[in-house]
Design a protein around this ligand. Structure first.
Ligand SMILES: [Cu+2]
Length: 171
């Protein structure tokens, strides 16, 4: 065995051992949830989902032991021009090598029937369910201060009361 084939063999071993962690090519970045108040029964989570599986797929659901159920939600304008949120019918298609961003004011994971408050700094387990790739458990950090745009900290208009609103309007 020359050096090149040895290197190849080692790489193959690493690829094999890394495969289960990658959940058949699905990657999730920047997963976070907003903290919830003691009275709040719902919450929201956000993340970037990337499909490196080599095949078109679809996020069809999610679950967590901290919530009775999780729905995939979108914000859409109704006939009166009012933004409302509701369940995304049929799930979220993510084509091969495409990414889908769940973000504030857009698509998000809605947690209903919280079994305990989501406390700043907590890490909750959420299982994403893909049509083809199957279940994929991820860690979601409860981070009230996270803002879109990778770490730009802008606290202008930072009103803690507004943070609870999203959950309340779903009830
Ligand atoms: Cu929602």
């Amino acid at each position: 065995m020359n050096l090149t084939s040895l290197t190849r063999a080692i790489c193959a071993i690493f690829l094999l051992s890394a495969a289960p962690l990658a959940a058949q090519g699905m990657m999730v970045h920047d997963a976070y949830a907003r903290s919830s108040t003691a009275e709040s029964t719902s919450g929201a989570a956000f993340m970037m989902v990337m499909n490196h599986s080599g095949d078109d797929d679809r996020l069809i659901g999610a679950s967590s032991d901290v919530a009775e159920k999780i729905e995939l939600h979108q914000h859409a304008e109704d006939a009166n021009g009012v933004m409302r949120m509701g369940e995304i019918e049929g799930g979220v298609a993510i084509a091969s090598d495409e990414a889908h961003e769940f973000k504030r004011g857009g698509d998000h994971l809605m947690l209903f029937g919280l079994k305990r408050p989501l406390v700043q700094g907590d890490i909750i387990k959420v299982t994403l369910e893909f049509e083809k790739a199957g279940p994929f458990e991820i860690d979601v950090l409860v981070d009230q201060d996270r803002k879109p745009g990778h770490g730009t900290m802008d606290h202008s208009g930072h009103d803690p009361k507004n943070h609870a609103k999203h959950g309340d309007m779903s009830n």
